[in-house]
Design a protein around this ligand. Structure first.
Ligand SMILES: Nc1ncnc2c1ncn2[C@@H]1O[C@H](COP(=O)(O)OP(=O)(O)O)[C@@H](O)[C@H]1O
Ligand SMILES: [Mg+2]
Length: 304
């Protein structure tokens, strides 16, 4: 199933590619890196990593948008002490434009607050899905990186965001439940959604060595999956400073820039900033949205 047209309607891809009446699109500025930050288990530091990664990249000069895709429990804005008055839900309902719901965080970081209340992308109706595509297509902000803080667990919604992104970072902690769920997530994304490339990030470890050992365990557990490519993208240490920053409603890279976790997160941002950007349709924002919606087998019409 996919995007189709009837009568005087048009293909969503026509609209997005600018072949008809299309305003300046986000992709008009070049490929956008789309990075999903995910984890099998919650409470492992995923939202903090997504926020600090986004902020770190913004400090390094990237134009970053952070999408809070935890549709059930939005918290990116809360973490940064910001108050979202509206959300993606208002965009989906056609009440506001994407530009109007974007909150501007420190260092020009753009944040799209989650549409709390929607539990699943498949719950979105035809008009709402067309609304998402239109919203991102019409986005006037120039962005080069979209970071997605996914929800916790292995829902179809999480998988859809990961499968649509050009890069997937899987956060794993050094405890059996986190490791088990992280491996299960990787296997599921590979088997059911065709995701073959993963970046593993060790979270809340005490030492670099513990991170290395954790990654070695992951490689072991995936030894039979020859076509799954996992690379180690480093670790974020367990650090009280990060916890204190959360209590202050600030990102640790701002609140305690010289702390161990902040320095690790700034290094992570520099490494991720150096990842090559795909100069192919896969690298373009509209295609990300289109892939996202196709993943959900959404049948959509856009009437002109
Ligand atoms: N590296 C860390 N060191 C210390 N505490 C951490 C670290 N990462 C996360 N935490 C703590 O865990 C809590 C949950 O983090 P969060 O980023 O919300 O996790 P998730 O998004 O995976 O549920 C934070 O409020 C913080 O107190
Ligand atoms: Mg979270």
């Amino acid at each position: 199933m996919g995007v189709f047209l009837r009568g005087n309607s048009m293909l969503v891809s026509d609209f997005k590619l600018g072949s008809r009446r299309c305003p300046q699109t986000a992709s008009g500025h070049g490929p956008v890196r789309t990075i999903a930050v995910t984890s099998g288990k919650g409470g492992i530091g995923k939202t903090n990593i997504a926020v600090n990664l986004a902020l770190g990249m913004a400090k390094d000069g990237a134009r970053v948008m952070l999408l809070d895709a935890d549709l059930g429990m939005a918290n990116v804005d809360v973490l940064l002490g910001l108050h979202a008055r509206s959300s993606l839900l208002n965009v989906l309902r056609g009440e506001l434009r994407l530009e109007e719901i974007v909150i501007h965080g420190p260092d020009d970081l753009m944040i799209v607050p989650a549409a709390s209340g929607i539990k699943h992308l498949t719950e979105l109706g035809t008009a709402e899905c067309a609304g998402i595509v239109r919203a991102f297509s019409e986005l006037k902000h120039h962005i080069d990186t979209l970071i997605i803080d996914t929800a916790t667990g292995m829902s179809e919604c999480v998988a859809s965001f990961c499968a649509a992104s050009s890069e997937v970072i899987v956060i794993v902690g050094n405890e059996p439940a986190s490791l088990k769920d992280g491996i299960a997530l990787i296997k599921l994304l590979h088997a059911e959604y065709g995701v073959a490339r993963f970046h593993v990030l060790a979270s809340m470890v005490q030492t670099a060595r513990e991170g290395d050992e954790l990654f070695a365990k992951i490689l072991d557990l995936l030894a039979e999956r020859h076509d799954v490519l996992v690379s180690y993208t480093g670790f974020v240490p367990y650090d009280d400073a990060l916890h204190r920053a959360v209590l202050h409603h600030q990102a640790v890279v701002d609140a305690f820039p010289r702390s161990r976790s902040a320095m690790a997160l700034r290094n992570l941002a520099r490494r991720v900033g150096g990842w090559p950007r795909q100069n192919s349709p896969r690298g373009h924002l509209e295609f990300f949205i289109e892939r996202l919606l196709h993943q959900n087998n959404v049948e959509m019409e856009v009437t002109s």
